[in-house]
Write a protein that binds this ligand. Structure first.
Ligand code: FBP
Length: 545
């Protein structure tokens, strides 16, 4: 296979490990834990995996370990660094006992159920060190939640003599990992399940998880592209660029990119919701900024839009909640897709129906139909950037008639998502992921199940990072999913009183009016540490460094 010069050079990079994982490891256990909310319900649902202590790995005495066979699954959307979790896991299980074996389940959780797997040997592993993508074994969005799937998985687990399964995924996949861990523990099957915090969206974070892997590289990639657009925009001075960035629900990616590039406008979905804004309020806000810049002679600008914003507009959120309930009705499952739209409409309250009818047909259809296997609206398919620019154009026409706007409004549209999900991991993600994989191996060696591998203190140099594990139940609460209350890991949305948002809010008016663009340039892998090893601004502000 032909490789780029960067790929060849990058393969030789040795990711850094925290001190606690560099040599022999001792397991240090903390106090028992509790779930973040609904403690009684979560405890009752997870009697075997609730309340376990936090774990930290510290330097210890050399001990002998039996060989351990481990299976690994990549779940959900790609995120830079996934291959390094696998290489970190491989290197650590081999270090603990060279007879250990690692198996990869092909194309996500479905690979476990369908017994579709491959052994990951040193030759294969070496091909993928420090590379982006999930193509070593592929990923998928099959939801692992039914007893039949758990039992089917057990057959291959027994056949390959696996001690543990490691599931690399976001909040939904790790919730399911915990359900699987609990099931195998309750049945006393002796199979451990360990999770790993992945998602470019950055919304799998809490008091124990400082950031999900992939967020760093994806945001740096999008920020490079936004910076390039800003420079083009400031050179040609004739377009307003509407740039949608991924992030299904939370606006962490949009906010981080705004902090890195200082666009004229960045919407933050969580603020839209908190302020009870309507679609029209958003359009009005953008149009006013466009008009103000036009008054200064600047008929150009950049608008960053989080892909999930539509779901956070309170009236649309209410509509989606009712659509979810309606689409979960048994009758809805037996009719065709076309019939489903009419079926849904016939069940809506008059208020929700009015909102539904006010939306462009394509957007309304998207909200009423497509759901991913976890029941989420597929927001990446909704062209919010076009919807908003069209509505802003109409508003400006009206303002022009009223004498409130004089200028030209030419637009360009962009959607950045897939451009960053498989980028070659930054040094941060390469190191972080390798350490997560190594931690997962140590959790398995320590006999833990229902834990997620974690690495903390991540704004310090990598040697000072602290590796360990957190019981997944600690991060759970009860939420309504597909019309039913379910135990799930609480998603981390942008906090409006958090340091990253406050930093943005303190500067946005200035960025709106002036042209204060910052051009981050491409990710650098070699060079001065302030160029190559900076964490995201979000992480630095949250950790106050
Ligand atoms: P995960 O939550 O699975 O990590 O996926 C994140 C994401 O990239 C979102 O930002 C985006 O909305 C979604 O995946 C798109 O998924 P797909 O490519 O499967 O449509």
């Amino acid at each position: 296979m032909t490789k780029s010069a960067l790929q060849v050079a990058r393969a030789a990079y040795q990711p850094k490990l925290p001190k606690g994982l560099q040599g022999a490891v001792k397991v240090q256990e903390g106090a028992p834990t509790q779930s973040v909310d609904n403690q009684e319900e979560i405890k009752a649902l997870f009697p075997n995996t609730y309340g376990m202590p936090l774990v930290e790995f510290v330097p210890g005495e050399e001990t002998k370990h039996d060989p351990m066979n481990v299976g690994i699954i990549l779940s959900g959307g790609q995120a830079p660094g996934g291959h390094n979790v696998i290489t970190g896991l491989f290197d650590m299980v081999k270090k603990l006992n060279p007879e250990s074996r690692l198996y990869g389940f092909i194309l996500g959780p479905g690979g476990l159920v369908d017994h579709n797997y491959m052994e990951l040997t040193k030759d294969i592993i070496d091909e993928y060190r420090n590379t982006g993508g999930f193509d070593m074994i592929g990923s998928g969005r099959t939801k692992l939640e039914k007893v039949e799937q758990f039992e089917k998985g057990l057959e291959i687990i027994r056949q390959l003599n696996l001690k543990a399964i490691v599931i690399i995924g976001g909040d939904d996949s790790n919730t399911n990992a915990c359900v699987l861990a609990e099931y195998y523990a309750a049945k006393k099957y002796g199979v451990q399940v360990i999770g790993c915090p992945k998602t470019i969206d950055g919304d799998l974070k809490n008091s124990q998880i400082e950031t999900s892997f992939g967020f760093d590289t994806a945001c740096k990639t999008y920020s490079e592209l936004i910076g390039n657009i800003e420079r083009d925009c400031n050179s040609a001075r004739k377009y307003w660029h509407f740039i949608k960035v991924m992030g299904r629900s939370a606006s962490h990616i949009a906010l981080e990119c705004a902090l890195q590039t200082q666009p004229n406008i960045c919407l933050v979905s969580e603020e839209v919701e908190a302020k009870g804004m309507s679609l029209d309020d958003i359009v009005d806000y953008i149009a006013k900024v466009v008009a103000a810049r036009a008054a200064d002679g600047n008929n150009f600008g950049t608008v960053v839009i989080p892909e999930g914003v539509i779901e956070f507009i309170p009236a649309i959120k209410k509509l989606i909640a009712q659509l979810n309930d309606v689409l979960a009705l048994p009758e809805a499952k037996t009719i065709s897709r076309d019939e489903q739209v009419d079926f849904a409409k016939s069940h809506l309250t008059p208020e929700n129906l009015a909102v539904f009818n006010s939306l462009p047909v394509g957007v309304a259809r998207q909200l009423a139909l497509d759901r991913d296997p976890h029941g989420n609206v597929q927001v990446s398919l909704i062209e919010t950037e076009k919807l908003l620019s069209e509505m802003v154009g109409k508003k400006l026409d009206q303002m022009k008639k009223e004498g409130k706007y004089v200028g030209k409004f030419g637009t360009q549209h962009h959607f950045f998502g897939y451009e960053g999900r498989c980028a070659a991991p930054s040094n941060f993600d390469a190191d972080y992921c390798y350490a997560l994989g190594a931690s997962a191996a140590q959790l398995i060696a320590a006999g833990k199940t229902g834990y997620m591998a974690i690495v903390k203190n991540t704004t310090a140099p990598a040697a000072e990072w602290k590796a360990g594990g957190v019981p997944i139940t600690m991060m759970m609460n009860m939420e309504k999913r597909n019309g039913e209350m379910k135990p799930v890991i609480r998603k981390a949305l942008v906090e409006l009183d958090g340091a990253p948002f406050k930093e943005f809010a303190a500067h946005r008016d200035e960025w709106a009016r002036k042209t204060a663009y910052v051009y981050p340039g491409p990710i650098q892998y070699w060079g001065p540490t302030e160029v190559c090893d900076q964490p995201t601004k979000t992480l630095a502000l949250e950790q106050k460094r």
